[in-house]
Design a protein around this ligand. Structure first.
Ligand SMILES: NC(=O)c1ccc[n+]([C@@H]2O[C@H](COP(=O)([O-])OP(=O)(O)OC[C@H]3O[C@@H](n4cnc5c(N)ncnc54)[C@H](OP(=O)(O)O)[C@@H]3O)[C@@H](O)[C@H]2O)c1
Length: 280
């Protein structure tokens, strides 16, 4: 698997496995299948309530801990210095691990929910920096941060986030934010790379897939990695799990990249960092 070098020198696989909604036995089976098909990056979050299942799946796979790359996330209702430390230890315990490869702030504090959102994010980040210095986290990053949240964080941060995990798929790819992150040496990771299935009905994507003799899913994921963005598709089907990692025997040409870049909105989740808990 190709790897991307982060701004802290650590490496992350370019293609990983999403686990949203994969709970209990389904989660364990999805992880063991994904690992057997060649995935090493597993994306979970405290909010998904599946960290225990993921931990069991990793153990059941028999793969060495160092060969697996685990991302988990601090939920947005637990921001703040002390609660970050507590919640991190809870995630570690549930996953049954002694370190995390990548820990993310799942959503930033925002003006709607916090009197001083800048301070809340800064305090959260300071706790994460300490956990990283203690060796409990290899890389620290954020998720769903807009430029304004990043700029505010830079005021006090000693460590620049290694990753910003954001909604990014054909029909909604936040190009300006992606360019800003890249200019700051922050790697972008795409969530919902298949727009939770909403890409499949698009005729442009279907035609491109036919031309390359690939599936619509493979075309979407290939388009994303050709933007140097990490993908973490989720599936419960062994065949689709395998299909989603087989992305390296074809390349989209510049014209087709442009067609996909310019697609009208498809499948935007409506989730906005400045608006939670409501959608737009
Ligand atoms: N940071 C955040 O705020 C955030 C937000 C959302 C998601 N995430 C992360 O991103 C991961 C991926 O996003 P997601 O789960 O929302 O959606 P997604 O990966 O865009 O789409 C998953 C859906 O697509 C289907 N699918 C997958 N591969 C397919 C294929 N090859 N052919 C046909 N259908 C296919 C799956 O169905 P089957 O299972 O039936 O195959 C499932 O219904 C999540 O699991 C989570 O880890 C993070």
């Amino acid at each position: 698997m190709k790897k991307v070098i982060l701004n802290d020198g650590n490496k992350i696989p370019l293609v990983g496995f999403g686990t949203y909604k994969a709970k209990e036995q389904e989660g364990i089976e999805a992880i063991t299948t994904a690992i057997s098909k060649g995935y090493s990056l597993i994306d979970t979050a405290a909010k998904y309530e599946n960290e225990e299942a993921i931990g069991k799946g990793i153990k059941a796979s028999g793969v060495l801990r160092e060969e697996i790359y685990i991302t988990t996330k601090l939920w947005r209702e637990n921001l703040g210095f002390e609660s970050t430390k507590t919640e991190f230890e809870n995630s570690l315990r549930r996953l049954n691990l002694d370190y995390i490869d990548l820990y993310l702030i799942h959503w930033p504090a925002n003006a709607k929910n916090y009197d001083n959102w800048q301070k809340t994010n800064a305090d959260t980040w300071r706790a994460m920096e300490e956990l990283q210095a203690e060796g409990k986290i290899k890389s620290i990053g954020v998720s769903n941060f807009f430029r304004e949240h990043l700029e505010a964080l830079f005021e006090t941060a000693n460590v620049i986030p290694a990753i910003n995990q954001i909604e990014f798929h054909p029909g909604y790819w936040q190009q300006e934010l992606v360019e800003y992150c890249k200019s700051k040496n922050i790697v972008v990771e795409s969530w919902s790379p298949l727009a939770r299935g909403k890409v499949f009905g698009n005729e442009v994507l279907q035609a491109i897939a036919k031309k390359y003799n690939k599936s619509v899913s493979q075309v979407c994921l290939r388009w994303i990695i050709q933007h140097d963005v990490i993908v973490i598709p989720k599936s419960t089907s062994p065949n689709r799990i395998e299909e989603n990692i087989n992305l390296f025997d074809f390349e989209l040409n510049a014209v087709d990249m442009e067609y996909i870049n310019n697609l009208p909105e498809i499948g935007f989740s409506g989730e906005m960092p400045n608006n939670w808990p409501d959608k737009v």
